[in-house]
Ligand binder design. Structure first.
Ligand SMILES: *[C@@H]1O[C@H](CO)[C@@H](O)[C@H](O)[C@H]1NC(C)=O
Ligand SMILES: *[C@@H]1O[C@H](CO)[C@@H](O)[C@H](O)[C@H]1NC(C)=O
Length: 373
């Protein structure tokens, strides 16, 4: 197992190195130009560091990313573009370890979990829930691994819109702070800022009996003046890793959760999975509402625009959860439209498009939705 993993990583590295070996241009940047580019970027992203040493170290990372982005644009530029963005001072490892979740195989669900989807014959060439006003504005998870809570909440927002005809931002922080659900037999757990799964969150919402609106229980993990909540009740150290070293009770679920503030009549009563067939997923999306999905997002760090379809992207290593809102075609290339939680400055105004119909990056392997009562 370990050996085959190393072998696979080696293959991946070879593919990337060999495709970059054919690059025609030589990329470099003068120190002056680098420093002015970096200073502009710091202003633009309101970033400052604790020491000059850190500033210098971050500038080196920034330079490596700058060169890497140009190489990626040379290799992939006809399909998708990459750009300097808010993640430009993070190494690939830092990005994976803080923003993404630990890569895991797609959870398997029992056959009775799966939604019975009727495939219509005349599926439209494009469809977009944003045009039906079913999607709230793009959010920003900040510098922690809470994507799974955003994916969950945004699916429920869509379900609630379809039921009540009102679009409401629901509380992501409630999920991050309070949801410590786990599935021991398959070693999956909700771990606050260290990752989790929408299908488990739906189970938390069923058990909890409701969710507060964002205004009553606002997001505060991983943003500039962060809250320091303790781990959720039920947090499993074996599955999630060591708990947060320092936290405040006043910032935690036990102090903040107020069931009198739950959105009235919003009750999650069940959840469903949708099978991997991407035509079935499109049918389910159109008939059900925006869906929670997960994918391997290693290569999304510097995504700017276009139909995402990297040459190497292991569909069995899911490390990011997002929201599927629609589909379309660009020329002859079918794509999904996906809402991310990295702010509106990232990607296509906070969204990305990814190739549809080929299981790209595992986007079809963990499609789930809450069912409201
Ligand atoms: C939701 O939150 C955003 C800010 O993230 C705000 O602009 C918007 O008006 C809020 N309300 C709705 C219904 O989307
Ligand atoms: C945490 O997960 C481990 C491994 O799956 C399991 O053996 C253990 O019982 C769990 N702990 C709690 C407190 O549920």
């Amino acid at each position: 197992m370990q050996n085959s993993l190393i072998f696979r990583t080696a293959i991946a590295v070879c593919i990337i190195v060999s495709s970059f070996a054919t690059l025609t241009k030589h990329y470099d940047i003068s120190d002056d130009r680098l420093e002015s580019l970096f200073k502009n970027w710091l202003d633009q992203h309101d970033r400052d560091y604790n020491s000059f040493a850190e500033y210098q170290q971050r500038m080196i990372v920034f330079k490596e990313n700058y060169i890497q982005i140009q190489k990626m644009n040379e290799v992939f530029g006809h399909d998708m573009k990459f750009e300097l963005n808010k993640f430009s001072d993070l190494t690939e490892d830092e990005f994976r370890n803080t923003i993404l979740m630990r890569p895991q195989a797609p959870p398997i669900h029992s056959p009775s979990r799966f939604m019975k989807v009727e495939n219509v014959e005349d599926l439209p060439a494009s469809f977009d829930w944003r045009e039906h006003n079913a999607v709230t504005p793009v959010k920003d998870q900040g510098s922690v691994g809470t994507c799974w809570a955003f994916s969950t909440v945004q699916n429920v927002e869509g379900q609630w819109f379809l039921k009540s005809k009102t679009l409401t931002n629901l509380s992501v922080e409630q999920i991050v702070d309070c949801d410590g659900m786990q599935k021991i037999d398959s070693a999956q757990a909700d771990c606050g800022v260290y990752g989790g799964w929408p299908f488990l969150s739906f189970q938390y919402l069923i058990k909890q009996g409701g969710i507060e609106p964002e205004t009553a229980y606002p997001y505060c993990a991983g943003i500039k003046t962060p809250c320091e909540p303790c781990n959720a009740p039920g947090y499993n150290k074996t599955l999630c890793g060591p708990p947060i070293p320092f936290c405040y009770i006043k910032d935690s679920c036990e102090s903040k959760l107020d069931s009198t503030k739950f959105v009235s009549n919003l009750k999650v009563v069940d959840w469903k999975a949708i099978n991997e067939d991407e035509t079935t997923i499109a049918n389910a999306l159109m008939s059900t509402g925006p869906l929670s999905v997960a994918l391997n997002a290693e290569m999304l760090q510097f995504y700017h625009k276009g139909v995402f379809n990297p040459i190497f992207c292991n569909p069995k290593n899911l490390d990011h959860a997002v929201l599927l809102v629609g589909w379309g075609e660009e020329g002859s290339k079918p794509y999904w439209i996906v809402k991310n939680s990295w702010g509106t400055s990232w990607g296509e105004q906070g969204y990305f498009r990814i190739l549809r119909g080929k299981g790209t990056c595992g986007i079809n392997t963990q499609v789930t939705t809450a069912i409201l009562g």
